[in-house]
Design a protein around this ligand. Sequence first.
Ligand code: FAD
Length: 419
Amino acid sequence: MTKVRYLIVGAGISGLAFADRVHDADYLVLEAADEIGGYCKTVVQDGFVWDYSGHFFHFRHPEIERELAARMQDQRIVTVVKDSRIRFADGYVDFPFQKNIHQLPREDFLACLVDLHFRDQAPPQNFREMLYARFGRGIAERFLVPYNEKLYATDLATLDAEAMGRFFPYADEDEIIQNFTAADNGSYNASFTYPEGGAIQYVHALASELDPSRIHTDEPVVAIDPRARRATTPKGEYEFEYLVSSVPFDKLLSLAKVEFDASIYSANQVEIFNLGFDAKGPRDVHWIYYPQRDLPFYRVGFYDNIMGTDRMSLYVEIGRPGDYRLDPAAVDATREQVLDGLRRAGVLEEQRLISSHHVVLDPAYVHITRASRADVIDKQRMLGSRGIYSLGRYGGWTYCAIEDNIVEARELAAALTAF
Ligand SMILES: Cc1cc2nc3c(=O)[nH]c(=O)nc-3n(C[C@H](O)[C@H](O)[C@H](O)COP(=O)(O)OP(=O)(O)OC[C@H]3O[C@@H](n4cnc5c(N)ncnc54)[C@H](O)[C@@H]3O)c2cc1C
């Protein structure tokens, strides 16, 4: 039996950011996968650099950005002012759709404007009702509903009205009308940074001051005994004072044998194709949103336009329901559907595909509901009384960005080391 003060389960951004803050203390990181990084891993293949879908960095705390950049001085880090668009009919509208309806064909513009003005503003009870109540039927049905249904792969009426929190680009009627003549399309990620070595560089920066012998990869936690404060892996048993987990919350509850209603914890999956071509495609744009139901993907990102490289390098995201079971034999056929969709969407012309990578993130976007919010708070409180803390995007069953994970991990470390 090994005794440790901080047993950190998961070596993604959250677990490593916590370890980074307690690295003078007695800690151990246990990671199920064979490498660190969690969802911030990077694939380097045939001269292309891809993440598990695009992972860009929007810092609200400049001191965190400076600190991480100082730890990766060998990296060229680009800062990019976002150019994101929505495919509509045969053209494009700037993102966010709701603030740029004046760029639509005249009939669509008028329908959206009239519906916006005369919308039913009764307090919305769910995410779908929120889209209609805030923006009216025209905007909701031309973009917000089909796009979010493709992304979340679920009935939007089952989601909390605030399911996307600060990540939803709200705008009131006055702001929308003002935007017709004075464009202000700012959002939480109006500008972002990205290292040329991919998202994993931020992971390496966070891990750079840790003792590698205190990070055990290929060692999943398979059981937790909250009363005895013990965790079991296939390789041994650990007694902890504090256990800090970034494992998806429902999985943590199962590991700790806490009874819970599994139907509360639903999420989508995102299937990603990273695609490298022999020549350049559309220029300038960083990512494009696709509400069209006859296209398999909801978003396509252009690494080559972000990094200023000369061959089209894409990530293509497909929303899948939570119970989706990937059939490995179907991946080639899905890739063909993606390529066909890219042709129909005007992205792909004569370019030849020369490299491709495929990954599924499960869970990807958790379905935030009233029940999930309440259950997470309740069960986190109970586990906390046993020295077990659950953090991160999936440990908190929430919608957040990498920087939020770092801030949360640092706050928890400060609170625990204060004792
Ligand atoms: C499609 C998509 C795009 C995104 N794009 C962006 C973006 O552009 N910018 C941004 O800021 N954020 C983005 N995010 C969010 C970002 O990915 C997360 O906020 C962040 O990666 C979460 O880190 P984490 O450490 O909390 O969780 P994870 O990365 O999930 O890490 C958890 C770790 O726990 C390990 N683990 C699981 N079970 C066990 C076990 N039993 N024992 C031991 N280890 C275990 C896992 O292997 C994993 O390494 C995106 C998310 C998605 C889904």
